[in-house]
Design a protein around this ligand. Sequence first.
Ligand code: ZN
Length: 153
Amino acid sequence: MAHTFECPECGNPRGMQGACRQCGSEEMPQAHGDTLVLNLKHDNPRAEEALDRLTLALRRATEVGIKVMIVIHGYGASGEGGRIKWVIHDALENNYFSDRVHEYRFGEEIAFGTEAYHALLRRRPSLKSHLKHFKEGNAGMTVLILGSHARIA
Ligand SMILES: [Zn+2]
């Protein structure tokens, strides 16, 4: 995700969160495109830490105009690292993120060419380049469509 965001002050590529490493600006970065890949597995955090990171990233992503987030959480193998997937699935199913996440699709539900896959691409064509490789789906990731639920009081 290194080049997904740009600093509005110095124009250098920067991350979504924190200050610009080039100029220290804390201005909201500008997003290129509407899709963000968030890898929660790369440094093997504890599951609770991964959930905290997702919470922060979701808050920021909705602020900078990201519309869809692909969360890489791994396949849910045994061991501490494998818990990340289940903690995130649980949080989604219990509406923990319902103020930020309008809809979600687990990777195994959106195998290339299925009806669910095409329905998702109609809504978010930018996902195609991320999903077209996964003929069997990819159980190591979940797609989040950002935006709040329209609630009826
Ligand atoms: Zn900068």
